[in-house]
Each structure stands twice: as structure tokens, then as C-alpha cells.
Design a protein around this ligand. Sequence first.
Ligand SMILES: Nc1nc2c(ncn2[C@@H]2O[C@H](COP(=O)(O)OP(=O)(O)OP(=O)(O)O)[C@@H](O)[C@H]2O)c(=O)[nH]1
Ligand SMILES: [Mg+2]
Length: 657
Amino acid sequence: MQQDQLVQRFEAYAGWRATLAERIAAYRDWLDDNELNDAQTALRVASLLARLNEDKLSVAFAAEFSRGKSELINAIFFAEYGQRLLPSSAGRTTMCPTELMYDAGRPIGIELLPIETRERHASTSEFKNYPDEWISIAFDPGKPDSMRAAFRNVIATRSASVDEARRLGLYDDSDPDQALAIKEDGNIDIPCWRHALINFPHPLLKQGLVILDTPGLNAIGAEPELTLNLLPNAHAVLFILAADTGVTKSDIEVWRRHIGGGGGRQKGRLVVLNKIDGLWDQLRSEAEIQAEIARQAADSAELLGVPPNQVFPISAQKGLLAKISRDPALLEKSRLPALERALSEELIPAKQEIVRDACKGELDNLMRSAHAILDARRKNLHDQLLELNELRGKNRDVVGSMIARIRNEKEAFERGLKQFQAARSVFSQMTNELLAHLGMDALKTEVKATRKRMLECMFSSGMREAMAEFFAGVKKDYNESSAQIAEISAMMDAMYRRFQNDHGLKLGKPVEFSVLRYQKEIEKLEARFHDHFDTVLNLIRHGQISLTLKFFETIASQVKKTYEYANLEAEQWLRAVMAPVEAQVREHQMQLRRRVESIRRIHEATETLEDRIAELDQVGTGLDAQIAELSRHALAVGSALRSSPAPAASAGALERA
Ligand SMILES: Nc1nc2c(ncn2[C@@H]2O[C@H](COP(=O)(O)OP(=O)(O)OP(=O)(O)O)[C@@H](O)[C@H]2O)c(=O)[nH]1
Ligand SMILES: [Mg+2]
């Protein structure tokens, strides 16, 4: 199997992730061995590891039809199968959005969502939760022919009456091209499937890559899932133009509406000028050909309003051929490697940054708590030794009064504990309130009410109002959560301080948390909805109320996702903020008990002072070793986190391919 640059970079990234996961796991095992792993910590480490494991990176290919999206995917990712895996041919080919991925928990094969589901009030995302709605077709990932046959489903079409097509939002009366598509029998061809999921253990897919192939995007009623979710959320989007057609009006429309909308240089958005082999005119000199390619690339950049170095002229077809026939000269000429390099440079560091940021805070917290516990033990031991050293040469009365002193201390702490219990019950009350603001049931009710209002008012102004109110409700939930979080933080801050001042616990500052990220996401969704409102208006004009609702469903399911994540994160934070106090309180309680116990034993002369001091010295040596080991783990995890994935050897990659 040939190894190209992209694969190498990806493997390096996956390697980075694996090393990090390994070191976190080693740390967890060490915590276990040293009895430092409580239930909360275990849960937090497990969710951290799960997050690393599930880490996905998505690359979408978008363009007008027949620009070579599917061919480019074949060339970049699937050349090693020795054939054209995804169907690619002249005219409209790919008929439904197609995601290629690997999820070990699902059967290998292709799953297809019937087009008829477009009439129902649910987004594709939501249908993903109901496997029974999908048709599954298995294939053998070891047999390219079997895969190819299964992949052909994405081009399947069937005949439908104009009425049915209209109902499904696949026919627009105002589009003259569509009238031309009506066949002699009065019917029209429509896609059989609304969405395809292809699941198989390709090396890159196994490492978390998700590839999204899309049908030509300028069709009316393009799946809102693409517009509102899959494309804006992809880590990289390749927009493809073809040298033989140049930049057409509909190319520009697709670009503006679906990809380049935000204007300026957008991260992870690459423009590809495909089919440059059409310019390889044998009657022209190489220099003339290169100049022509450069000119077309520059023109395209100008028309789309992107910097010229963001446009990559390539030949997907020749690139695929070169890889299959192992022809390095042709591969170089196809310029595919330059695009692959840019793609990996765009994609991987950005993704790594996200993962790094997500893990760093949590890891720091975990390590800090462990450190705090060990430090507390160390300090306690030190105090105990001081106490015992004081006892040297003293009589039993002194010992008795010392016991009384520690008992007092213990009682004071127990009074503090009562306050802690009370504060904890306030905390859980506040927690419930916070989680209620982010409640899924409340959101579901809100979605239902909005849907009803939208159905009732068939006019655009009413729709806009219903949506505005929906967003206002969601924003209110988040604002209230935010206020609640501030309250919880203030309370925890006071609690931390009290335990620090009154009982000498080392707690530092409580971990911080905000829902700002989700508030921003909601703002983005709202903006996206407004951006696409003209499409919605168009749908309303054509009486396509069900499709208008589908737009809403897609937004609603995105909002729901933010609630889910916010809930998850809030729960994690609540644990993280409470866990250190609980752990240290437990620890402190145990230490006080031990101190009383050890002095009592000396008092009753069941143990000699010197034996006890020697024993504690030994405990101290053990503790020092533990603290050193903890620092070693922190260092190992920290350096894994900071390091950059380095591809094994990139220099020879082109020659080898
Ligand atoms: N000459 C040439 N033809 C290409 C190249 N890339 C793709 N094609 C051809 O262009 C046609 C369309 O390619 P597809 O991969 O099906 O295009 P697509 O963008 O996926 O099209 P839809 O699936 O319909 O949206 C096919 O006949 C390909 O063989 C290329 O680099 N050079
Ligand atoms: Mg295609």
C-alpha cells in the first residue's frame, strides 16, 4: 500500500493522540496503584480518554456537479484500492450527501436514508439516531469490487411524479431547467436516497477522518443538513472548480452561499482548480502551459475573492491514474501532492490545537488535585513529627494535654464539616437549577411550540418571528445558566477560602467554567439561519412548508447538540469544582484521626515514641517518592501534549508514491 504525505501526516497526528492517551492511561494506573484514584477522578480521566478516542476530523468536498469532487476523493484517499471506488462520471453522478468514516461499533457497509424521509419533520442528524430508518448494504472491505458495487448506490435515482418531487422539495416550478427535466411520461428522476453513510476500516478513516462527498450543490432544496451543519462544521472544505468550464455563475453562487460566505481568508477553506490536464496541449511549450494554468488560477482567485496561493490547480483524474499505475512523473504533473500537503497543513495543526486546548485544562486540574492531596499528606506528616519530637523527654501529662489539643482541632474541623454538608446541599440545589436551564425537556417543548407556530403562520414575517422567538428562548436559557454558574462559582470560592483559612487545606482557586462557547455557537446558528432565509422564503413561495420546517428542524437539532454538550461540560465542571474539597476534607479527617490515635498509643505506652517517629520518617520517604513520581507523570503528559506530530519521513514521499 503506498504511503503518501497525507497518510503520513495523519498517522503522525494519530500517533500524537495515541501517545497522549497512553501517558494519561499510565497516570491513571499510577493513581490506582497509589490509591489516589477516587470515583470522581476515575470518571474524569475516562471521559478525557473517550474524548481523545472519538476525536474526528472532517473534510468536505463541495462544488457544482461534475467538477470532479468524487474523482478527487478517489485520488486523494482511495487510490490504493487500485480502482475508482466512488462513482465518478460525466453529468450529475453523486445524488446524495455521502459520509465516509469508520465507527468500530457499526457494521461495515453502506447505510442509506430513503429520500421519502424528506417529508418528515426531522433532520438527517436526528435520523442518525434511528438505525431502523436506514437501509443497510454490507460489503467486503478486502474486495474493492464488492465496495465499488455497494458505493454505486449513491448514484441511484428513480422516477417520480412532478407532484411527488414537489412535495419532497425536489422540484421548483420557477426553474426552467427543471421543466426540461420532465420526461415524456410526465415524470422526473429523483434521488433514491437522502443521505449515505459508508463505514469501513480504511487506515485514515480508522484514525478519525470523516470524508464528506456532496452532490452538485446548486439544486433547489439542497439538504439543509449540508448548508447548516455539515459544511459549516467541517474542519476543511475543498471547493472545486474545473478548468474546462472556468468559473461559472453557479460556481460563484455555490461558493458564496455554502463556503466562502464569511468573506476574507477562512481557515480550512481551499479552492481547487481541477482538470488542468485539459490544458496539457502538446502543441504548446511547457512554459506556455504553466503560464496558462497560473493565469486561470489567478482569475479564479480573483473571482472568488481569495488570495491566489489559496487556489490549487490539479488534475484529479491524472493524479488517481498516476497513483494506481505508480507513475511519479505523472503524479508530480497532476500537482496532487501540493494540494495534499496544503490540506494536511491546514487540517492537522488546527485540529491538534483544539484537542490540546480541550485536554489541557482538565489534565492540569486533575494533576493539581493529586498534588494537593500529596502535599497535604506531607504537611500533616511534618506537623505530626513536630508534635512527636516535642514529646521527647516530656511526661505523660503533657501527652494528655496534647491529645486534648488535637481533639479540639478535630472538633473544630467537624463543625466546619457540618457547614460543608450544608453548603453541599445548597450546591446540589444550585446544580439542579443550572441543569434545568439547560434541560432537554424544556428545549423539546420549545421546539414543538415553534414548529406549531410555523405551521400556523404560513407567511414569511410570521416565520421570522417564530424563529426569532425560538432563538430568544434559547439565549435566555443560556443567560440564566451563565448567571447560575457565576453564583455557584462565588459560593465555591467562598467555601474554598473558608477551608483554606480555617483548616489550612490547600485548595487554590476553583476551576472556572462558562457557557460562552455555546452562546457563540447559538449566535452563529442564528446568523446562518438569517443567511439562508432567502432560500426559506423561496420555499415558502412554492408552498413547500414541509421543507421550511426541515430547515428549522436542522437548526433545532444543532441547538439541541449545544445543550447536550453544555450539559455534559457543566456536569464535568460541577464534579471538578467539588471533587478537590471532598477529597481534601476526607484526607484531613483521616489525618486528624491518625494523629489522635498515634499520640493515644504513646500515651498508653503501647508504642514507644522513637518507634513511631522512625515509622513516620519512613512514610515521609515514601511520600516524597510519590510526589516525585507524580511530577514525572505531569511532565510526561505535559510534553506529550505540547509536542507536535512529526511525520516519520516526508522527503521521500513523492518519489515513493
Ligand atoms: N479530464 C479530467 N476529467 C476529470 C478530472 N476529474 C474528474 N474528471 C471527470 O469529470 C467528470 C465528473 O467527475 P465527478 O467526480 O463525477 O464529479 P463530481 O463533482 O463528483 O460530480 P457530481 O457527483 O455530479 O456532483 C467525470 O467524468 C470525471 O472522469 C480531471 O482531473 N481531468
Ligand atoms: Mg460526485
